[in-house]
Write a protein that binds this ligand. Structure first.
Ligand SMILES: Nc1ncnc2c1ncn2[C@@H]1O[C@H](COP(=O)(O)OP(=O)(O)OP(=O)(O)O)[C@@H](O)[C@H]1O
Ligand SMILES: [Mg+2]
Length: 260
């Protein structure tokens, strides 16, 4: 069960697709007000875990507490549960791995989308908030542009502005720096740290990048082979001798993580 300082508590979460066991008894607690980075090799279930956290996927077993609600017990097909899931999702901002902007909507409408979906704010207020969020990500006055007119880094920042549109308690970022040059990925990292500092947002960031983890994380977790093999404060993880973690930090081809 979650304590008052816990943002998210996972207990014994399992998820398989057919015979393929992706998450195998994963338990973890994310404290409020932290930046948690989850590392792990490709295909290890990081994105699946993130989808479970926001109730977009249900685990086969285990419990997923967001606040006091076990969202794993909610079934979207039941209207009462659907309402509760909706409330839970509203507390999260989500930066998907591919940005996932709506290509047929301009930037302003993309950022406004969660506000129109989840609130009854007036258009005027929405427009002011959209402008504020875009300015925060360093893209003022691009509301009228379409995603296809933007660079990959700009699209990521628009997606970031959309993720913070409802001023959420927790933002989940799925590989925010993938596909970006080092300067742009450092910019994204700085944005995360700034939003954490100024808006008090907790972040769960999925990454392949140990340099990124070292820069932004308070807490680091490592998923490998369906298990959470290491989890704790950054300084502790630097000393952790788990071979999968060492292989990752040392960028070694030899070790338990096999390339398939
Ligand atoms: N809806 C689905 N149906 C079937 N298999 C799925 C589904 N979603 C994910 N998987 C499988 O689950 C495994 C984990 O996928 P996931 O996307 O979570 O990996 P990941 O750790 O995010 O990898 P990457 O770092 O490359 O993004 C993969 O083998 C994938 O094929
Ligand atoms: Mg992924």
């Amino acid at each position: 069960m979650p304590g008052p300082d816990d943002a998210i508590v996972l207990e014994h979460v399992c998820k398989a697709f057919g015979a393929h066991k992706v998450l195998d008894d994963v338990s973890l607690t994310v404290k409020k007000g932290t930046i948690t980075v989850l590392l792990g090799p490709s295909g290890t279930g990081k994105s699946v875990l993130l989808r479970i956290l926001v109730g977009l996927l249900r685990p086969d077993s285990g419990r997923v507490f967001v606040g006091e609600h076990d969202i794993a017990a909610l079934d979207e097909r039941r209207s009462r549960d659907r309402k509760r899931l909706f409330e839970v999702r509203r507390r999260f901002g989500m930066l998907f791995q591919d940005g996932a902007l709506f290509d047929d909507m301009n930037v302003g409408d993309n950022v406004a989308f969660p506000m129109r979906m989840h609130t009854k704010m007036r258009e005027e207020e929405i427009r002011a908030k959209v402008a504020d969020k875009l300015a925060r990500v360093g893209l003022p006055r691009v509301e009228h542009k379409f995603p296809s007119e933007l660079s990959g880094g700009m699209r990521k920042r628009v997606a970031f502005a959309r993720a913070i549109a409802l001023e959420p308690e927790i933002v989940l970022c799925d590989e925010p720096s993938s596909g970006l040059d080092p300067v742009m990925s450092a910019t994204l990292d700085e944005l995360i740290m700034e939003m954490h500092r100024t808006l008090g947002i907790s972040f769960i960031v999925i990454s392949h990048d140990t340099a990124e983890a070292r820069t932004i994380a308070d807490i680091i977790g490592m998923l490998a082979g369906g298990k959470l093999v290491a989890y704790g404060p950054k300084a502790e993880l630097e000393r952790n001798a788990h071979p999968a973690l060492r292989q990752f930090f040392d960028r070694a081809t030899e070790g338990p993580i096999q390339v398939v």
